[in-house]
Design a protein around this ligand. Structure first.
Ligand SMILES: [Zn+2]
Length: 372
């Protein structure tokens, strides 16, 4: 059964949609499904009509709901008005969009990651449904609420967890900006489901405790033991979980562990890089010497050409050495400037390995020379 409840207060009583004068509607008539009074057994009679105009993916519809009541004035149920249930199967109260349109835009937004602007133009181009951005945002918000309600439905949850022996729970808080509320989420890791999330103004133990108590009641309702809790090592979590789930192991979350461990690793790596850069110096001097020698050789060659002296065809050994020297310099500069990599692949470690390779290469060359 669908219970319609005004969720965001007066916001729902906005101006009705302004339909253009030439809109062609398909008319749908709905009657109350059970035509008999539940109290006295008398046949209900139509007492009023409710007219609604809705967008559907198949075009605009004009829904006419025939409202009914018990005609017997002496019957206690005489003052009750019955609405056809088929109406809420088309659209919720106050909505101008049918369920099919709401599902369509929610799916495009969250499964396909379309922007509101894309959704707006696609609705207008393909379905001739003209809506403003804020109207679409309001319906996306409603879609989220429906989705959350469905995700938290106890029967669906029980079905999803039918083949699970025990649950593993995790809690974490996300604060978009300092001073803002923190969004706390409780996730279950066996089925990888977000159980529920709530924005808390304070991360005090008492506030967090309420979420943990809710997690406990969820696990109890499912009839599944909690095998493990995973969270950041925060006072409110450590104390709260110990109090609410006595005897359940509580592990420090690997992600937070890595993140906290990463900082000293990267600091040490950065210091090592500074030391290596300090030690491997003089590239510029070597390059300058090579360039000076090259310039000198070029001038000598020019002078030789002028004096018409025979120039040897073979490339002088000096030129080969100079090219190799420049290539070594370029390679080492590349190694020293390489800053990419996180804590799992520290750049300093890679720098050290690469410099050792260069060293070994130079050593091989020197030995080759020694051997003639
Ligand atoms: Zn009656």
């Amino acid at each position: 059964m669908i219970v319609a409840r005004d969720i965001s207060g007066k916001e729902e009583t906005v101006m009705p949609y302004r339909w253009s004068a030439n809109t062609v509607f398909t008319r749908l008539d709905f009657n109350v499904e059970d035509g008999w009074c539940q109290t006295c057994g008398c046949k209900l009679t139509v007492c009023d009509h409710r007219h609604r105009r809705l967008f559907t993916l198949n075009g605009p519809v004009h829904v006419v709901c025939k409202l009914a009541h018990c005609p017997q004035r002496v019957c206690p149920a005489h003052t009750q008005t019955h609405s056809p249930e088929a109406e809420t199967a088309r659209a919720m109260p106050w909505w101008v969009l049918g369920w099919d349109v709401v599902c369509w835009l929610g799916h495009r937004r969250f499964s396909r990651h379309w922007s509101v602007g894309q959704i707006r133009t696609e609705l207008a181009d393909t379905y001739q449904i003209v809506l403003s951005d804020d109207a679409i945002e309001r319906y996306i918000h409603r879609y989220q609420q429906m989705l959350a309600a469905r995700q938290q439905d106890p029967q669906r949850l029980a079905a999803a967890y039918a083949d699970v022996d025990a649950v593993i729970l995790a809690i974490d808080g996300l604060q978009p900006e300092k001073g803002h509320e923190t969004l706390y989420g409780v996730r279950e890791l066996e089925k990888k489901r977000v159980w529920f999330a709530e924005a808390l103004l304070s991360s005090a133990t008492a506030e967090v405790q309420q979420l943990l108590a809710r997690a406990r009641s969820w696990a109890e309702r499912l009839g599944k033991p909690v095998r493990l809790w995973i969270s950041e090592k925060q006072e409110a979590f450590v104390c709260g979980i110990a109090a609410e789930f006595p005897g359940v192991p509580h592990r420090y979350c690997a992600n937070h562990f890595l993140r906290d461990g990463a900082k000293p690793v990267l600091d040490a790596d950065s210091r090592a890089k500074v030391q290596m850069r300090r030690k491997v110096r003089g590239l510029r001097t070597i390059e300058r010497e090579v360039f000076a020698a090259q310039r000198g050789a070029a001038q000598a060659a020019l002078a030789a050409a002028h004096s018409e002296a025979a120039r040897p065809n073979a490339v002088p050994a000096d030129e080969v050495t100079q090219a190799v020297e420049l290539e070594y310099c370029a390679a080492i500069r590349g190694i020293l400037n390489d800053d990419q990599g996180g804590p799992l692949h520290p750049p300093g470690l890679r720098m050290a390995e690469a410099l050792e390779d260069v060293h070994a290469s130079l050593q091989r060359n020197l030995e080759a020379k020694k051997g003639g």
